[in-house]
Design a protein. Structure first.
Length: 67
């Protein structure tokens, strides 16, 4: 996860947020922008790995955005 660039990290965080219910799939651009604004690239791996249900949220987020 440390090899992700800022855009990749922001998108991964956005997927987790959508899966968690913080954003709706229709708010994809807003979720990515928010993740970028919060400095997604700097501590993305630590932030994501700190999510206790990361796998579930990524799966749900991917389903929600149709990926």
């Amino acid at each position: 996860m440390n090899d992700l660039n800022v855009d990749e990290a922001a998108e991964l965080i956005a997927i987790a947020w959508i899966g968690r219910g913080d954003f709706d799939a229709s708010e994809w651009e807003a979720a990515v922008a928010e993740a970028r604004q919060r400095g997604a690239g700097r501590r993305a791996s630590k932030y994501l790995l700190g999510m206790p249900m990361l796998g579930d949220w990524l799966e749900e987020g991917l389903e929600a955005i149709g990926a």
